[in-house]
Design a protein around this ligand. Sequence first.
Ligand code: HEC
Length: 176
Amino acid sequence: MSSSGAAARRRAIRKSKGQRAAVKVRQRAAWMFFGGLAALAAVLGFVVLRQPRLPRIDASDVAQVELGSRIYANSCASCHGAKLEGQANWQKRMENGRLPAPPHDASGHTWHHGDEMLFRTTKYGALSYSPGYQTDMPAFEGRLTDKEIAASLAFIKSTWPPKIRSKQARIDSGSR
Ligand code: HEC
């Protein structure tokens, strides 16, 4: 009777040792899982933070539009027109193979693009379309700040009728 009782106790101790070992393995797996998750979050955070953040381009922001109208007059109107009408025959390539400056009003296709594309085109120039592309659209990086570039685009947007503005907003949200 007493000897079988001792054997049962030994079995119970062995079992609980086994359970403790299993708990340790599970704990280690959990640490590895959460450690991996933290490393992944760090990498993702790094990638996201390195992306240049797109400044807000808001046609209903009076101060931004006001700054933008000055930037537009000084830096864009010479090609895109004081009334945003673009150059004559803007859809036809010139003899040198380059395109004239398109209008930025509702008759052009500026509003067919999302904010990010408009910002990138203004900052890095139409050269960013594809390497070696020949264009007269200059890159404004280093000549205008991101804030000024965004303002010039906010001004352009502010001249569009509400219907065109909301169409562009839909295109913009679809392109993100
Ligand atoms: C020296 C002339 C010139 C100046 C100055 C200029 N642009 Fe342009 N821009 C062009 C030309 C030419 C194109 C057409 C590019 C092409 O497709 O080759 C263009 C295209 C664009 C486009 C793309 C339009 C579309 O429908 O795809 C945007 C946006 C734009 N310009 C914004 C600006 C802004 C904003 C400024 C002022 C900060 C500016 N540009 C100043 C010549 C100019």
